[in-house]
Design a binder for this molecule. Sequence first.
Ligand code: KIV
Ligand code: ZN
Length: 536
Amino acid sequence: MKPDYVRIFDTSLRDGEQAPGASMTSAEKLEVARALMRLGVDVIEAGFPAASPDDLAAVQTIAAEVGQVPVEGRPQTEPPIICGLARCTRPDIEAAWLGVKGAKRPRIHTFLATSDVHMKHKLRMSRDEVVAKAVEMVAFARSLCADIEFSPEDAGRSDPEFLYRVLEAVIKAGATTLNIPDTVGYTMPDEFGALIAGIIKNTPGAQDVIISVHCHDDLGLAVANSLAGLRAGARQAEVTINGIGERAGNASLEEVVMAIRTRSAKIGLTTGIDATQLCRVSKLVSRSTSYPVPPNKAIVGANAFAHESGIHQDGMIKNAQTYEIMTPADVGATQTTLVLGKHSGRAAFSKRLTELGYPLEGEALVKAFNEFKKLADRKKAVHDADLVTLASDERTTVPELWALETLQVVCGTTSLPTATVRLRDPDGKSHSYAAIGTGPVDAAYKAIDAIVQVPVELLEFGINSVTEGIDALGEVSVRVRHEDQRSSHGHGADTDIVVASAKAYIASLNHVLSRQSAGRGQHPHENPVASPAHNR
Ligand code: KIV
Ligand code: ZN
């Protein structure tokens, strides 16, 4: 590995998934892991296997598939490292090993808090006890796996001298990567850079291991702190797509990567990321977690390359470099118009989907193709973004227990908004209901509620246009909370936004029902006992 190479460690599936309500199904996690592999991340933190049997199974599946063979389209030749998180306990470490050991390149990541406030109030352990526990557990993990990462949790608020001591001890016990988390997003870039520099200088053995940064965004400084740490000598950055994560989130992968790339002359570092996939992966993660990407989000926001003011537009026409430090194409933000129309064949459609990273087969391909034909009839131009939306709908991993058959609404300035809905139940039987609401979507949701009879509260409703133009596909995301207090999300896309809204709502109810029928226990993120203490 070249000395200027920064390993990108993606923790969207672990820290990212800890964002409230962002939990993904195992199949959604696998889909995201596949996309991360093609993006070229070096390490995928696939989950926290001790949290629940579901989390363990998801990590195992990712290890068995994504952690095996390099696939076409991956920038690197070797598969990504698959990592599982574990507290410093034997059962956690055993579970993490069970999760990742099927991967070609497995890693166990274990952590223990080192700040005085955490040791005193949370762990109730002395410094000596923390050192002893960290050493014991790193040695145990190393007896199972050759690649061990250790994190002194809340390092940003830990006494540096104590950190040097803990880190020296865990290196001797077998740690190969030392990850330095600013767990509560407290530090300033100069402080965090100095912390990393101090660790490299003062920790015996630090030269023989990889130093990593893991910064939270409570003060909006996660990316700045990560870059400061890298410039001070760290060579791994722990990041998430769209910056999702605990509270205010983690450093955003796309921002760290594009800063390194756009300012390479100043920063002097490189990564193995194929930046042209950033927008696509961002959309996938947003969709899988139902966390919308703000329009002004750097790199992947819908307006990240939009120039509104006349002065800016004039400059852009004269020379794009006047207002553009990177191009939309650099990050995959261009709208490619598919040269397929309503007369195109299924083979060409299927080929384009595969090129976009959304291969479909069998019935899913037939269904997506039929939707594409309908769309091509209604829309002037079908863009790649439309195709990705159609394909994602077909690749949805939540079983379609209830399905929308027909929907008719009456609304406007002079009538009571009324919706008549016909749904197909899991046994194939049709059910109809008509309801009045405050608007057409509310009426449709009331009719759906009356038929499906799953008590949920609507927490969030968001609507997005997939592409530009009045004929664009509308994509609706909803998040609902079931009476068991767990939240579920759903998506629906259609050129008719009331239909898209109904589809999204039904998808979220299917999510609730499939979870119930799978008999899943309490989610780890809602269980303070089973989860890393700092995360609750
Ligand atoms: O923020 C944090 O401290 C963590 C650790 C588990 C690395 O997520
Ligand atoms: Zn974290």
